[in-house]
Design a protein around this ligand. Structure first.
Ligand code: RNT
Ligand code: ZN
Length: 422
């Protein structure tokens, strides 16, 4: 039997099995197609960016470890790598850029000068290649951030510099949204924090709120750009205190009507992002997720198909607020092939969404409301071994991307033909 035939046949059987429990697999596939993932550009070059020629140390409490060969060192290389990864991922997705990925034509442009013109070549590239662009202001890897403070810095001139960067970042986001006809989400992650115990925990938070208010002072059409703010528990070198904590931003977004960005790696190890979504969505208009994988002190391992990823996907799908929950990825691993890292993480996110869409949610909910917790557990467990993988293979097959492990053959070929020559 040919591979295509096998995939189709397995799908037909899976479809019947799902139908028997009241799930329509065709419908699940149709819905899956409409969910874009915002794929982060920074997996491709270890969060380096193109601000200046030559490598620059990554700062701000984040670290990319490993020295796998073939990293993209130019914009063209990064775009080619992203295109390669996209060809292995089913569906239409978005690209998430950082301000440090500007196209400055080889001439240094500082963060308080970066504007939409430096992203025009990205916008042009994006047309026809991705479903849209998302954006991030870059508050790390910069000489004005070396003492660990930016928007909450006690020195007003430093704060003003970073406020200007924030103002310009929103303009870039809006221009992307306008030209591409799809809303850009512009995210703000501010690394500010102390390595050791502070005397004043309030002052920096007051200054951060004040700086953010200045950045968001201008009204921008929410159809073009939405602003998100990302909390964090701690960073390397900022172990004792992070200005932009979860409580800080939760209060900020509720009072300012902004999007909260929840990163899966930014909480205590037993505190799960999946449990936060429903609470946050009660009081916040929209949400941005940074789907990542925490491992001990690192928040950014490649996303695998673990319990938490599936729980996150289920919460998104069950909320029926798919249009209000923006799914972004945030991981960077420099120790493995970077295109494979993108492909593994993104395919896993889509697989998790698919398994969530293949749930007989109504039936399980009924059991729950009837207090039949036995049936609920039986169903949740039996669902794990339903033939969702046959639906996944079929989804890849009908989207013209490689089925199963065969995508890796293409990555190896690209590595041999392209990456190894860099
Ligand atoms: C860092 C944050 C942030 C970054 C990216 C590069 O801990 O998660 O989102 O990873 O902006
Ligand atoms: Zn993040």
């Amino acid at each position: 039997m040919s591979n295509d035939k096998r995939v189709e046949k397995a799908y037909e059987i899976a479809k019947e099995q799902y139908s028997a429990i009241g799930v329509n697999t065709d419908k699940a596939i149709e819905q899956l197609k409409t969910i874009p993932i915002s794929i982060h550009c920074w997996q491709g070059d270890d969060v380096g960016g193109f601000e200046q020629v030559g490598s620059k140390e990554l700062s701000g409490g984040i670290q990319a470890t490993g020295n796998y060969p073939g990293k993209a060192t130019t914009i063209d290389q990064l775009r080619a790598d992203i295109e390669k990864a996209l060809s292995l991922i089913p569906g239409s997705h978005r690209l998430n850029l950082h301000a440090s990925y500007l196209d400055n034509g080889g001439k240094f442009v500082d963060r308080d000068k970066v504007g939409p013109e430096h992203f025009q070549s990205w916008i042009d590239w994006a047309k026809g290649k991705v479903g849209g662009l998302d954006f991030n202001a870059t508050y790390f890897s910069h000489e004005k951030a070396t003492d660990g403070f930016t928007l909450s810095h006690p020195d007003k001139t430093i704060r003003d510099f970073w406020i200007q960067h924030g103002i310009l970042s929103r303009k870039i986001g809006a221009e992307m949204g306008k030209q591409l006809g799809t809303t850009t989400v512009t995210n703000f992650w501010i690394p500010d924090g102390y390595k050791d115990i502070p005397v004043d925990r309030t002052g920096p938070r007051q200054r951060l709120a004040d700086s953010l208010d200045k950045i968001f002072a201008e009204n921008i059409d929410p159809k073009l750009n939405l602003d998100a703010v990302e909390s964090k528990l701690f960073g390397i070198g900022a172990e004792s205190y992070t200005v932009g904590s979860h409580e800080f931003y939760l209060g900020y977004v509720v009072s300012r009507r902004k999007l909260l960005c929840l990163d899966a790696g930014h909480f205590h190890p037993t505190e799960m992002l999946s449990d936060k979504i429903s609470s946050v969505m009660m009081f916040c208009p929209e949400l941005l997720l940074h789907v990542s994988r925490p491992v001990r002190w690192d928040s950014d391992h490649v996303v695998i198909l673990d319990d938490e990823l599936q729980a996150i996907a289920k919460e998104i799908v069950r909320s029926s607020k798919l249009d209000k929950i923006h799914i972004g990825l945030d991981f960077f691993d420099a120790s493995i092939n970077r295109i494979a890292a993108w492909t593994i993480g993104t395919r896993n996110m889509i697989k998790a969404l698919l398994t969530a869409l293949l749930e007989p949610t109504e039936t399980m909910l009924k059991a729950e409301l009837e207090m039949d917790f036995t049936r609920r557990l039986v169903m949740l467990e039996e669902l794990k071994t339903m033939p969702w993988a046959a639906v996944w293979d079929y989804y890849c097959h009908t989207n013209n991307v490689p089925v199963g492990m065969s995508w890796f053959d293409e990555v190896r070929k690209y590595e041999k033909d392209v990456l190894s020559r860099r």
